[in-house]
Design a protein around this ligand. Sequence first.
Ligand code: GSH
Length: 204
Amino acid sequence: MIDLYTWGTPNGQKVSIMLEACRLHYSVHPIDILSNAQFDSDFLKISPNNKIPAIIDPDGPNGEPISLFESGAILVYLADKTGEFLPTEGPERYEVLQWLMWQMGGFGPFLGQAHHFNKFAPEQVPYAIKRYTDEANRLWQVLNTQLSHKRFVCDDLTIADFAIYPWAMRYEWQGVDRKNYPAVDAWMNDMADLAFVERGMLVP
Ligand SMILES: N[C@@H](CCC(=O)N[C@@H](CS)C(=O)NCC(=O)O)C(=O)O
């Protein structure tokens, strides 16, 4: 049984969607980041960067336990473990990894800043609100172009979709009107219809 350390945020939901999609058995350990549980010494042994998500799989490579943090690394690990949602070789594998890295480096960190300045900052900072809202809309346009001739980000359903979807779902905090991005909007509706996505979004 995999131990999942998580909270109800986009980076956590990526992993719970994947665990649900692969029908893996897992046990959820909520880490309440609003109460600073991510700084508890036991959690820091698993996730030294004090962030969720993290997993421990007692049945890792070569039958040895493995402990992992960073959601992108966890998604690749689970895909390689199960042989699902990431091609094992060829250009198709690198296309999925490319869009996963795009999410990890852009459609995540910059949207997180948009969330902060649009919704959580204790003072209004117009420069920062404009900077991150503009960047959010630029990233949405990139995704819209990619999805304009595809049902899923890399044609087939993959870990790239699982990584991007929970971030897209916070569009209202990003200063984004999803109707301006019709291909993303249609993809989000398709994703929302998948029962395992719905279950994964509810964890913890
Ligand atoms: N690059 C990391 C980012 C993880 C991350 O930012 N997690 C946030 C919640 S979405 C967190 O745990 N924040 C607590 C903190 O920064 O103290 C990943 O993708 O796993």
